[in-house]
Design a protein around this ligand. Sequence first.
Ligand code: PLP
Length: 365
Amino acid sequence: MSGGDKLDFEIRPNPQPVSAAERAALMANPGFGRIFTDHMVTIRYADGKGWYDARVEARAPIPMDPASAVLHYAQEIFEGLKAYHAADGGVTMFRPDANARRFNASAERMSMAPLPEQVFLDTLHQIIEIDREWVPTSDDSSLYLRPFMFASEVFLGVRPAQEYLYVLIASPVGSYFSGGIKPVALWVSQEYTRAAPGGTGAAKCGGNYAASLAAQAEAIEHGCDQVIFLDAVQRKYVDELGGMNVFFVYDDGTLATPPLSGTILPGITRESVITLARAAGQTVEERPVSIEEWRADAESGRLREVFACGTAAVITPIGTVRTPDGEFVMGDAGPGEVTMSLRQRLVDIQRGRATDPYGWVHRVL
Ligand SMILES: *Cc1c(COP(=O)(O)O)cnc(C)c1O
């Protein structure tokens, strides 16, 4: 019984927005996820009532009862996408409809109320409109949008909550790679897995991230930047990184990426890369890739490049893979040509510098 596809937002502008001078100082070097805009969007849900009380208001702490269900049983999901400053002074977003659909797919897996896709899109428009001064204008920056939803019902019984709070916040972000794009080193987690068949691997839920932190800490201990997970059943096939999908590029020009088997998050960047590669005549296979195969092909030179992809970093070259048995290196361990060319094509569409034959770019302002 969710509400209609159209909600009226009550707009209460922040009475004390950050001054233009202070905003400029904050945005000079925003980093990732450190600074936030003046506003947030919130919508409440209750069983029998649907979605109600949609607001655009000053970003502020959310009062929470200690018995709120999310604090105990982790019914929480989120999304991440970016808004870009367009050449003509406007603002665009990249494939927000795909995020809206995935948000509801995650909600369904976590037994949460679905949010009408149009309402999800409306919230993105609302925050961009009111916080448009926070959309960075520089070429390698963007406004990161973080919609999320959690069980707000005050109840300790174990069952799907009957009340939810949807929140949207926004954060100006700089280039993910300060000082140029350099390949990362991955640690192959031996002890931990990210997702098992039948689990929540395909849902964008906070719990998946909580469970990945120990493995990420292990990666850092081994001198690596990121962790890569193997499948939970055979501990053999490559799943993905903690928050990025992975692609392999072979010497005959073909690409491979693990299939969406339910244990992998269906990345929108992943899907966009597949589309762009195929449009350029490249073969992309969605198939399981084992860690032994990865090592053998890297050592024989058949495997030329490997990269990870996701909204935050777009496309990240992978240079080294480390396991307890030693490490192996991709190609010449530098960013590969195919990787960088795909990255360029994708970023050019996202930033309106190339034509967009797929209807991916969504105009906001
Ligand atoms: C969000 C996410 C990705 C990347 O998805 P995009 O839609 O490309 O940003 C990949 N893996 C995990 C686990 C994620 O949470």
